[in-house]
Design a protein around this ligand. Structure first.
Ligand SMILES: Cc1cc2nc3c(=O)[nH]c(=O)nc-3n(C[C@H](O)[C@H](O)[C@H](O)COP(=O)(O)O)c2cc1C
Length: 199
C-alpha cells in the first residue's frame, strides 16, 4: 500500500442546483456496501475544504470553507478499510497515518460500525492565531463553527452526488484520539460518515 494516495482532479463542473441541494440535504444513517471511488473521494474532500486560491508570497491560500482569521485549523482525516489518512489539501492527496481499520470507532452508534468512509474533523489549535483567538474558549468556539462549514459542504456535495451522509457528535473522542496518534493540541471536533445510498 502506497503511503500517499494522489487523488484525481475534483470534478468541479458537477451540475446540481444549489437551491435543490439545500432542499434535499438530509442526514442519512443507512448505506450500501458499494465502495466510494477515488473520484468520489476526491470530489468529497475538495468540496469539504479544498484549495480555491493558491498561497502567494504574502498571502495564505483560501479554501472552499471559511475559517476564523483564515486559520485553516481543521484538518480532515479519512478513515477507511485501508487505514487512516490525512487530507493534504495543498497537494490534493491523502497521506497515510497508519494502516489500521478504525472505522468502528467513528461513532458510538451501532450502525456506524459498517460505514464505508469516516471523516474526522480535527482542530489543530496550534494553527489558531490572531485577534479573535486569544484564549482557549474562543479557539474552541471558532473550531466548532469552522467544522460546521466543512460539514455542510460535505452534506451539499453528498446531496448533489446521491451519497448518504451524517455528521456525528456521539463519539468516544478519547479513544479515537489515541487510535489516530493525535497530539495534545489536536482536538477531535466531529466526525462524518459517507456511503452510497442503500437500495
Ligand atoms: C453538531 C451535530 C451533531 C450531530 N450528532 C449526531 C450523532 O452523533 N448521531 C447522529 O445520528 N446524528 C447526529 N447529528 C445529525 C442530527 O441528528 C440531524 O442533523 C437532525 O436530526 C436533523 O436532521 P437533518 O440533518 O436530516 O435535517 C448531528 C448534527 C449536528 C449538527
Amino acid at each position: 500500500m502506497e503511503n500517499t494516495i494522489k487523488l484525481p482532479e475534483p470534478q468541479k463542473e458537477l451540475e446540481f442546483p444549489l437551491m435543490k441541494a439545500l432542499e434535499k440535504r438530509r442526514t442519512i444513517r443507512k448505506w450500501s456496501d458499494s465502495p466510494i471511488t477515488e473520484q468520489e473521494l476526491s470530489n468529497l474532500l475538495w468540496a469539504a475544504c479544498g484549495i480555491t486560491k493558491n498561497k502567494t508570497k504574502s498571502a495564505k491560500s483560501k479554501r472552499t470553507a471559511p475559517s476564523a482569521c483564515n486559520s485553516q485549523e481543521i484538518r480532515v482525516y479519512t478513515v477507511m478499510k485501508q487505514g487512516v489518512f490525512l487530507y493534504d489539501e495543498d497537494c490534493h492527496e491523502l497521506k497515510m497515518i497508519n494502516s489500521i481499520d478504525i472505522r468502528e470507532h467513528i461513532g458510538t452508534q451501532k450502525m456506524m460500525k459498517s460505514v464505508p468512509i469516516g471523516l474526522v474533523f480535527v482542530a489543530d489549535l496550534s494553527r489558531m492565531k490572531g485577534p479573535l483567538l486569544k484564549n482557549l474558549e474562543a479557539q474552541r468556539f471558532c473550531a466548532w463553527v469552522d467544522t460546521g462549514y466543512i460539514s455542510q459542504n460535505v452534506y451539499l456535495y453528498c446531496t448533489a452526488s446521491n451519497l448518504g451522509t451524517a455528521v456525528l457528535a456521539l463519539i468516544n473522542r478519547e479513544k479515537l484520539h489515541k487510535l489516530m496518534d493525535l497530539k495534545e493540541e489536536e482536538k477531535i471536533v466531529l466526525t462524518q460518515v459517507v456511503g452510497h445510498l442503500a437500495e
